[in-house]
Every structure is written in structure tokens, then in C-alpha cells.
Write a protein that binds this ligand. Sequence first.
Ligand SMILES: [Zn+2]
Length: 330
Amino acid sequence: MKFYCLKCKKEYPLNGLDYKCECGGLFRLKKGNEEKVDIEISLGEVRTPIIMKEIEGVKLHLKFDYLMPTGSFKDRGALVLINALKQLGITEIVEDSSGNAGASIAAYCAAAKIKCNIYIPENTSEGKIKQIKAYGARVIRIPGTRDDTANRVLEAARNIYYASHVYNPLFFEGTKTIAYEIYEQIGVPDFIFSPVGNGTMLLGIYLGFSEIGKLPRIIGIQSGNCCPVYNKFYGKEDMEVRSTLAEGIAVKKPARIDEIIDAVKESEGDMVKVTEDEINEFYKLLGRMGIYVEQTAAAVIAGAVKYCKENSIAENMVKVAPLTGTGLKK
Ligand SMILES: [Zn+2]
């Protein structure tokens, strides 16, 4: 297996310090048909259940991905990435995420005995990093903005392996397993709804179903308060970004924005944005159904129901929406 640049096709080894190409292009994974990452280190991942529920008259197959070991689908990515790094002999990594990705990577590093350094903005709330610290990761707080944190992690990444959930294709090699599971459980659905922040799930869905050989229509969901992908997809001016309840998808400048848009277009999909009121409404509604998830997950269900109603999607169409993260972390 190798990384290759999406722009100029230059190849790079998996265990190098380059996290993107010298030409500026981002990496994707190059591998033979039979090649895959061996899983030796496990935290008890499950094949998450898929259960059909009717929500406001719309029948959705919910994929319970918050039942993963650290409480979010990001474990899919961390499982494959950290197993691969262990086998490559990597002993220390850096990463920047105070959210679900940070927790997943910290947990699998702990299991793999890889030293883990997580860079976060100084003003990150203690509650958000409690789980990361519990896994024994070193947390480095950086003063200033999210961009300052990004710059500092890139500085550190000159000497230490950057196990990025955004740049490292091995992470997407893991998130794509959701497509294979859905395929085994119900076949290729007609529609699949996905949160869009950095696109870790959406691109995983795209890569997985591409390998399977048939793409469902991929509908990306963003919060109206932070929707750079929605705006670019529809050729709209970027508007001012405001804070949103859907913290997990509040990404101002997704590095893989063009890949995300290409994937949605190739699938003949669409982009949807939801309001804060809609997120809150579906957060409560899911709770009353016995489903306690993070607000980012509620945003996806809100977007899915809205899309199906507005576009009069036929009842017999198979529609899948993932429940990305537990509500228990807050
Ligand atoms: Zn290149």
C-alpha cells in the first residue's frame, strides 16, 4: 500500500512524515484489490445495528454507529489507522481534534501503546477533553484560534507522525467500512444521508460503495450556521460562520471540500442545510424515541426528514441515516 497525490499522482510511503504532496495535493490510498490492513488491536468494535424507524411520517433505516467503543463512528477510522501505524512501527503520533476523532485516536493509541499527543485550542472546554485525557493522551493547549492550533500541529508533524483524521487516507480506509456493513445488512440503499464537516463519513461512504460497485445517492447535511460545502455546491458566496449546536460538523474550511462535492455529484446526490431550531427539535424528538445522541447526529436526521418531505421521496425508497455519536459525552 502507498499514498498517492490526487493532483499529480506522485506516490509516498505510508510511514513517512509527509501528510500531503509537495505540490499541495492531498493523499488517497493506493492498494491492490486483495490488500487490506490487518486488525490486531481491537476495543470490541461491533457491527452496528440498522433499524427502520418512522420519523414524522418518513421511514428511515437508522444505523446505530454511536454504539462503537468510544461512542462515535470515528472509531471506524481510528481502528484501521492505528492498527496500520502499529504495524508500520510508528511509536508516537500527533493529532488535532478535541471532538470524537480525538477521543477515538487517543483510545486506539492507548490500546496499541502508541504515544499520543492531541493539540487543541486553549479555550476548549474541559468536558470535551475529559475522555481524551482518560485514555492517557498528552493534551497540548494552544492559545489563539483553531488555525493557530492547526499551525502548531503541522510544526510538530515535521518530526512526529501526523495521524490526521482529515489528511491521512488510512482513516478513510476505516470509515468506509460503514458502506460494507450497510451493504451486507440491507444492500445498496437508494439514499444515504451523511453529516458533512471534514467529510470523514461522507467520503468513507463514497469510497466504500464505489468499491462495492454501486453508489446510493449521497445527501450531505450541514448546519446553516456553518455550511461551506453547501455554499460551494450551490455556487453561493461563503457567508459568515456562526456557532452551531452541531459542533461535530462545524468546520469552516474543509481540506477535502472538492472531493466531497465531487462525491455528492457523482452519486447524483444533494446538499441540505438545517437550522438550529430543526437540530434542537430532532434532538428532543430522538430522545423521546429512546435514542440519546449528540446534536450533530440530530442534525443529520433533521436534514434527512426535511429532504424526503420537500422532495416527496417515495415511501418504498430505501433511505439510510447514521446516528454518528452518543449524547453521553456532554
Ligand atoms: Zn502532488
